[in-house]
Design a protein around this ligand. Structure first.
Ligand code: GDD
Ligand code: MN
Length: 374
C-alpha cells in the first residue's frame, strides 16, 4: 500500500476568520517548506472583516498554488466541509492537510503527517495528548480543562476508542477516505466537526496514527471558540452516539426500566411495613439484577465479549455491590441531611450516581468487547 507521497496531489485546507496578522507569514512559511508544484494551499475565508481575504489574493499573485475559497460564516465545521469538498472535487486532491492559520500548528510538522500517509495510514493526527505531545503552558487552565474533558467526552460518549486527541485540528487525511466518510453530510458547525469527522473516518475503518505535536497558543488575534460551540459540542457527541450506537439507547431504556423497578419495589416494600433503611438496598439490588439481565441479553447481547459467562456473572456481582454501596451511601447521607423529605425522592437521588458507575464499570469491564484495546 506504500506509495511515494510526491506522486499524489496534496492540498492544505486552512480555514481563516480574522487572521490578517497570521496569514501572510503562514503562507510564506508553507510555500517555502513545500515547494512541490503539486501542492496546493486552500484558504477558506468567511468574509473576515479584517481583510484576510485581500491579503490572500495579494499572495496568490505571486504563487498560483495558493487558492482562496470565500463564503458566508457558518462556523468552522461548515468552512472545512466546503474547503475539503472543493479541494477534492475541484482541485483533485488525493491527500488533505487540515490546519489552523494561527501558528498553533507548526507548518514543518505537516511533513511528518504526510510521511505517515505515505507509510500507509489513512489519517495522521497531530496529537497533543500522546507521549511526546504537549500543550502551550500559556493556555488558560479553563481552556486546558475544557480541551481535556472535551476529549474524554468524545472518547467515552462519542465512542472514539483508541484515539488520544479527538478534537485535534491538525491532520493529514486521504481523500478517498473522506469521500467514503461522506463528509458533505456532516452537519456540525463548530469545533465538534473534528470529532464527527474522526468518528466517520473510524467507522469507515480508516487506519489512524497519531504524531506527537506541541500546540502553541496563538500570538496574534483571539480564539473563536464560543459558549455556543461548547453546547453544540456536548449535544453533538451525544447525538453521534445515539445515531450510531444502538447500545447506548438500549442502555438508557434499561436504565429507565431499572428506575421503575427500583422505585416500584421500594414503595412496595414500604407498603409491607419494611424499614426504609432495609427497603432501600433491597430495592437497589432488585433493580441491579433486572438491569443486568436486560443488559446481558439485550443491550450488550450482540457484543463479542471476553471471558466466560460465569466470570461475567462474578464481575457483575462486584460491580453491583460497588454501585449499591454508592447508591446506598447517597441515600443515607441525604436521609440524614433531609430527614423530612419523602424517602422515595432520596432513593431516586441515590440511583443516578449508582447507575452511572454501574454503566461505566459494566460496559468497560463486565461486558467489555473482545477487540477493545485499552
Ligand atoms: N472560515 C472560518 N470560519 N474559519 C474559522 C472559523 C469560521 O467560522 N472559526 C475559526 N476559524 C479558523 C481560525 O481563523 C483558525 O485558523 C482556525 O479556524 C482555528 O480557530 P481558533 O479560534 O484559533 O481555534 P482554537 O485555537 O481555539 O482551537 C484549536 O483547538 C481545538 C481543540 O482544542 C483548533 O485547532 C480547533 O480546530 C481544535 O478543535
Ligand atoms: Mn487557535
Amino acid at each position: 500500500m506504500n506509495q511515494d507521497i510526491r506522486d499524489v496531489r496534496i492540498c492544505f485546507v486552512i480555514p481563516t476568520y480574522n487572521e490578517a496578522l497570521n496569514i501572510n507569514p503562514l503562507l510564506h512559511r508553507l510555500t517555502e517548506l513545500y515547494k512541490d508544484p503539486d501542492v496546493a494551499f486552500l484558504i477558506v475565508d468567511d468574509e473576515s472583516p479584517d481583510g484576510t481575504a485581500d491579503l490572500v489574493k495579494e499572495f496568490m499573485a505571486g504563487d498560483s498554488r495558493v487558492r482562496l475559497l470565500q463564503g458566508k460564516r457558518r462556523g468552522l465545521g461548515d468552512a472545512y466541509v466546503r474547503g475539503m469538498t472543493y479541494a477534492i472535487d475541484t482541485l483533485g486532491a488525493d491527500v488533505i492537510v487540515q490546519m489552523d492559520a494561527d501558528f498553533s500548528h507548526d507548518p514543518a510538522v505537516a511533513g511528518r503527517l504526510l510521511d505517515h500517509i505515505a507509510g500507509g495510514a489513512d489519517v495522521a493526527i497531530g496529537s497533543r495528548y500522546v507521549a511526546g505531545g504537549s500543550l502551550d503552558s500559556r493556555w488558560h487552565v479553563r481552556r486546558k480543562l475544557l480541551s481535556r474533558w472535551g476529549n474524554r467526552l468524545a472518547r467515552w460518549i462519542g465512542g472514539l476508542k483508541g484515539v488520544s486527541d479527538c478534537t485535534a485540528g491538525f491532520k493529514a487525511i486521504r481523500a478517498d477516505k473522506l469521500r467514503e466518510a461522506k463528509i458533505g453530510s456532516i452537519r456540525a458547525r463548530g469545533y465538534v466537526f473534528q470529532v464527527e469527522l474522526l468518528h466517520r473516518l473510524i467507522r469507515c475503518r480508516a487506519r489512524v496514527v497519531e504524531e506527537p505535536i506541541h500546540f502553541r497558543d496563538r500570538k496574534h488575534g483571539k480564539t473563536k471558540l464560543s459558549m455556543l460551540n461548547m453546547i453544540e459540542f456536548f449535544f453533538s457527541i451525544l447525538l453521534l452516539r445515539l445515531r450510531s450506537h444502538l447500545t447506548f439507547i438500549k442502555f438508557s431504556l434499561t436504565g429507565v426500566c431499572g428506575v421503575f423497578v427500583n422505585l416500584g419495589s421500594f414503595s412496595l416494600l414500604l407498603e409491607f411495613g419494611l424499614n426504609k433503611f432495609i427497603a432501600s438496598p433491597t430495592a437497589i439490588l432488585v433493580s441491579i439484577i433486572s438491569n443486568f439481565l436486560m443488559n446481558n441479553h439485550w443491550t450488550f447481547g450482540d457484543r463479542v465479549m471476553t471471558g466466560r459467562k460465569s466470570v461475567r456473572g462474578f464481575k457483575f456481582i462486584i460491580v453491583s455491590l460497588i454501585a449499591l454501596l454508592l447508591s446506598y451511601t447517597v441515600f443515607i447521607i441525604l436521609s440524614m441531611l433531609f430527614p423530612k423529605v419523602l424517602p422515595v425522592l432520596l432513593q431516586a437521588a441515590g440511583i443516578a450516581p449508582g447507575a452511572l458507575l454501574n454503566y461505566y464499570l459494566n460496559s468497560r469491564w463486565t461486558f467489555r468487547e473482545a477487540s477493545r484495546e485499552e
